[in-house]
Design a protein around this ligand. Sequence first.
Ligand code: SAH
Length: 355
Amino acid sequence: MTTPLKDILIEQITASGPITLADYMAQCLMHPVHGYYQKEHVFGADGDFITAPEISQMFGEMTGLWLADRWIKMGKPNPVHLVELGPGRGTLMADMLRAISPVEGFENAVNVHFIETSKQLRTLQREKVPNATWHDTLATVPDGPSLIIANEFFDALPLHQFEKHKGDWLERRVNVEGETFSLVLTAPSAKLALTPNELRKSPEGSVIEVCPAALSITGDIADRIASHGGAALIIDYGYRKSAVGDTFQAMKDHRFTDPLTEPGKADITAHVAFDQLKKAAEEKGTSTAGPAAQGMFLMALGLGARAQQLSDTLDPIGQQRILSELKRLTASDEMGTLFKVLAVQHPELPPAPGF
Ligand code: SAH
């Protein structure tokens, strides 16, 4: 099937040659008109995939209380920037703001900032959190103490892949023949230098990945926290320790699909390399905790008790729903283990709860 973005990519590749996977991914997801995130129904049961805040309000309640705890330990700065990267439909922030409202002084101290490039999603976010301020990147968020959260944001950032061929690392780029895209091996870009040293010792035929944007955004988050105080939670699916392998994948209608067949029509993601993010944050002078498995993190914060409390007010059907949400967020065959939580914070803050 052809898509408007397909024609644009074909023209680009025909004119200038194969493009990196990172360029391909960036255009598929973030093209200002035809990018995937401009679509109306991305998340939820009628969308292509579902995220933790869309599964249950309890996810935002737990992460909101984590941030409130950090704010108290920071000495209750007023104002404090509450920043979310890639807020999707705005559900997580709305749930967090509701959960923190009983924490005295917190809601009044908070300035909400959303880092979001999709116009379509900004509109949905405005309906849920009208008082937020929107930014394209972290750079325009004013200086000051910050509490930062990103759920399923890093997995959407553009990724480079390299494959070992006859002893050399070559870069996988997207080429086109007629209307069919395929991967070709080409001379590597300078991004190869960002891949972990030990992975570059991998044998012939291995594929290794690096996400330069994830490293630089983590560095920016850590810089801000080291200079002005604060804490961040990065939640996503991925590796505790970077490994060899191709994790570039696409989802449409809750099913895996080939990322090269319908550009702009499917969600494309890749595993987040938590060890690389941790290193990028620590290099800027912050301390880190985790990554912890999402299930363990949420249970340590009191998810079980919260589920019980909600259940007590509900009829049997409602109780079943809460139980099923609890299971989806925490079970190891659902999101509990694959999804991980990394905390980044100012080195003078006491250890973070949940780890
Ligand atoms: N956090 C939400 C949505 C995750 S989807 C949830 O958990 O439901 C990824 C989000 O990141 C979308 O809002 C998408 O538009 C945004 N996004 C992806 N790449 C981005 C980039 N480079 N800059 C800013 N926002 C981006």
